[in-house]
Design a protein around this ligand. Structure first.
Ligand SMILES: Cc1ncc(COP(=O)(O)O)c(C=O)c1O
Length: 404
């Protein structure tokens, strides 16, 4: 029988590669093997159970019928949008042109449709969260990269400048997706000097054509450097307020509130006052998902009005940030104990161990019962699912594979 699928939609892998690796790890574990599964992308406690923040679940249980059942406004509840933006930038007076989205993924997708033409190219960092490429492809766009600094190294400003100017020359507009601070998958943030250098390049580029900087802020609540995160956010706000580069944010409740399945998030441009942008976002929402789930928006509003719940949430974030920091320290100590370089986690759920041949290293580790995600630059290790006491085994296995 001939396929009803159009030809360009026929050759995709049946499974998302990360989910497939995770399934393989689970299947081997179920057969009794002692598996170390570092492919997981959600925060797990020391018993391997999904962490669900109590402050959030209590609010969730308190939601009434009218906070769950009715449609939300097409572009989202304006009070929700403002509350979510103010979690990250307490000083902004309004969310600016903004819309609710199903998670950060929805925000990323809508940014593509509104700031690039089909066939154009988006710029992000290498390494990057894999679905960025899927999102670009689904919107008929390409993805180019410039290097994220290696641990202890400075930003390659010349490479960024060349990539930015090349794209501006080729397509007359540029959009950058920047998952900073708390970058997935390296677990590191840009240093203040590197950030200033990058923002300077974007500012200069904006003299040549429209430049959009979309900050992907998925992991900000999990860091060992809250002061540095706050300072980074002030730097981005300052660039946005200048009005030359359009600065926006893809915001997500998935990790921030452990509401992965609630599908809450937003796309917002707090320093912009262009009504055409708001109209375009609303149109995109109507033509894509019509409107987003109301419950996460209602929950966020309750949180914004409840100082006690905010304090409790902050203390839960601190606790889990400390757990992640302890896992990262244990991993670095174990890696250094095996003669390998420390990975220097600063925030987020992951670190990436550099590797010259990640696919082969991943296979070698699997033979040792250790599961990681191969990326072009190395192996992604989910600190979010790794117990501190598993670190020595992980480091030994990695050392063995590196020596093969
Ligand atoms: C870097 C990054 N951005 C965005 C997301 C989007 O997640 P969601 O769509 O669940 O908000 C994720 C999720 O893993 C991520 O790692």
């Amino acid at each position: 029988m001939t396929s009803q699928l159009i030809p360009t939609r026929r050759a995709f892998p049946a499974d998302d590669p990360i989910f497939a690796l995770n399934a393989e790890a689970q299947a081997r574990k179920a057969k009794g093997e002692p598996i170390l599964n570092a492919t997981v992308g959600a925060l797990l406690d020391e018993a391997g159970q999904l962490v669900v923040l109590d402050a959030v679940m209590d609010l969730w249980r308190s939601l009434g019928a009218m906070e769950v059942a009715p449609y939300a406004p097409i572009a989202g509840d304006p009070a929700f949008l403002k509350a979510l933006v103010q979690r990250h930038w307490p000083l902004v007076a309004t969310a600016g042109p903004a819309c609710a989205t199903p998670g950060g993924s929805g925000a990323l997708a809508l940014s593509l449709r509104n700031f690039l033409e089909p066939g154009q190219t988006l710029l992000t960092t290498a390494p990057f969260w894999g679905p960025y490429a899927t999102l670009a492809a689904e919107n008929g766009m390409r993805l180019a990269t410039a290097p994220w600094p290696a641990a202890g190294a400075a930003l390659d400003a010349a490479a960024w400048d060349a990539a930015l100017r090349g794209l501006m020359k080729a397509q007359g507009r540029v959009m950058v997706w920047l998952n900073d601070p708390c970058h997935n998958p390296t677990g590191r943030s840009l240093g203040a000097g590197d950030r200033a250098a990058l923002l300077g390049l974007l500012r200069d580029l904006s003299a040549l054509g429209p430049v959009t900087l979309l900050l992907d802020l998925a992991y900000l609540d999990y860091t060992r450097e809250p002061e540095a995160v706050a300072s980074a956010m002030r730097d981005y706000a300052a660039l946005g307020a200048e009005g030359r580069v359009l600065v926006g944010a893809a915001l997500s409740l998935s990790k921030a509130l452990t509401l992965y399945g609630g599908r809450g998030g937003a796309l917002a441009f707090p320093w912009c006052d262009d009504p055409a942008l708001q109209a375009a976002l609303t149109q995109s929402c109507r033509g894509t998902w019509s409107n987003c789930p109301r419950a996460p928006q209602a929950l966020m509003l309750r949180l914004a009005q409840d100082g006690k719940a905010q304090a409790r949430l902050a203390s839960e974030h601190r606790h889990w940030s400390e757990v992640l920091a302890a896992r990262a320290l244990a991993l670095d100590a174990a890696l250094e104990g095996e003669g390998m370089a420390a990975l220097r986690w600063q925030g987020g759920f992951f670190v990436t161990a550099p590797s010259a041949s990640p696919a082969a290293a991943c296979e070698g580790l699997k033979a040792e019962g250790v599961f990681t995600v191969p990326l072009p630059e190395g192996l992604r290790v989910g600190l979010c699912g790794l117990r501190a006491e598993e670190a020595p085994r992980f480091a030994r296995a990695l050392r063995k594979v590196a020596l093969l």
